[in-house]
Design a protein around this ligand. Structure first.
Ligand code: AMP
Length: 393
């Protein structure tokens, strides 16, 4: 079955066409700067190695982006299918829908449930709703499947899920811990299962522009550092992470508007907010090395947040077999891996310095043979997770 996976960003669209089962990627594509006349379009045929990058493209909408991708996919010379009717399903890395937390066909009812929680995940649900609507028009009759980022976390026990709020808020508004990054943590669980025969007790650290940790036991999520929204957990690139909820009424009482508070929490917090330098860890690290104290503080707060959750999940799991780093920072920052592992060395974690410092984009173990816990770098492959779930649906 040909499964097309769509990863939608606020101004970008990424595609991968899979031949399932078998996990084979036939072709991939990417549109950057959707909505502009200087958009960039990439396409690659994974069998022949043909690839093209077209700049200064007029791609006013997601629909236009997918049409351009489909015209490449079906091109007699560099395409991989003869006709779009060979695409049997489209899988989306959707984030949140009220009452639909698993894997669902994207019916009007599910799309309405995504609209109901637009305010909780505005940066994600808005672009997805727009892109799904347009792709539905371009590919009528094809089953569209939403693999919600909450899906992997539906196994989190209630005691870890329920907040100490008036229970009616949970019942009426659905407020509870949801957990996100499900495609990434689910893929980590798949890899450990394939390579080790099971996950045992594992902690998966997806550290990128947005970061979360996940406690996994025997393949199942038992906790995730995200909460009702994507605002919880260790600090993110721009988002604030865990903060006392009473900061908000206090700021309101001081005359700040809810719009300004939300903007501060979404865009002006995290690594950027503390460092005042950048939301990109590479810039923050350079500034810290040059003596910028706030940049160093941002790195310290970032790592402390991760250590906090590793400790909490170690306690919840009752031990640890695997500690996994994934995402842009998890895969690339030997500094963050080293700092975190040093802080929790007493859990039986011993990093191999050279393996930690080595670069590469392959799945690898970076702990010493004597380390009680295996430390892994597993490059994120959320699209494969989505393709598998869409195929199995
Ligand atoms: P992601 O959201 O998973 O694509 O991760 C993007 C983030 O990874 C960037 O904003 C950087 O902060 C981080 N990153 C990428 N490469 C490196 C690196 N070599 N060292 C530190 N951080 C990195």
């Amino acid at each position: 079955m040909n499964v097309l996976v769509c990863n939608v960003g606020s101004t970008s669209l990424k595609f991968k066409l899979f031949d399932m089962p078998g996990d084979k990627v036939l072709a991939e594509g990417k549109v950057e700067r959707v909505g502009r006349t200087d958009a960039i379009f990439h396409y690659g045929n994974c069998s022949t190695g043909y690839s093209v990058k077209l700049e200064e493209q007029n791609i006013p909408s997601y629909a236009e982006g997918i049409l351009q991708y489909l015209s490449h996919l079906t091109h007699p010379e560099y395409g991989v299918i003869a006709d779009v009717s060979e695409i049997e399903r489209v899988g989306f890395k959707t984030v949140l829908a009220k009452g639909f937390y698993g894997i669902h066909e994207l019916t009007e009812e599910v799309l309405q449930a995504m609209r109901d929680y637009l305010v909780v995940a505005p940066a994600h649900n808005g672009p997805y709703l727009e892109a799904i609507g347009q792709i539905r028009q371009v590919l009528p009759g094809v089953m569209l499947v939403g693999v919600f980022e909450t899906a992997f976390h539906t196994t989190i026990p209630k005691a870890e899920r329920i907040y100490g709020i008036p229970y009616e808020w949970h019942e009426k508004y659905g407020i509870q811990k949801m957990g996100y990054h499900g495609a990434s943590h689910g893929y980590v669980a798949d890899v450990l299962t394939e390579r080790c025969g099971g996950t045992g007790n594992a902690i998966s650290c997806h550290l990128g522009g947005s970061g979360s940790l996940c406690a996994i036991q025997n393949g199942i999520s038992l906790n995730n550092s995200f909460g009702f929204s994507l605002q919880a957990g260790p600090i993110h690139a721009n988002r604030i992470g865990d903060t006392d909820a009473y900061v908000i009424p206090y700021l309101l009482s001081q005359g700040m508007s809810i719009e300004d508070i939300t903007k501060g929490m979404d865009k002006q917090g995290g690594l950027l907010g503390i460092s005042g330098v950048s939301n990109d860890l590479r810039d923050v690290q350079l500034a810290a090395e040059a003596g910028n104290e706030r940049a160093q503080l941002a790195i310290d707060v970032y790592c402390a947040g991760i250590v906090h959750y590793v400790g909490a999940y170690y306690a919840q799991l009752g031990g640890l077999d695997h500690l996994v780093f994934t995402g842009g920072i998890g895969e690339n920052s030997d500094l963050v891996r080293k700092t975190v592992c040093k802080a929790v060395a007493h859990f039986g974690i011993e990093l191999d310095k050279e393996k930690n410092a080595a670069r590469g984009n392959q799945i690898r173990v970076i702990s010493t043979p004597d380390s009680r816990v295996n430390v892994w770098v597993i490059p994120a492959n959320e699209e494969l997770g989505i393709a598998r779930r869409t195929y199995e649906y």
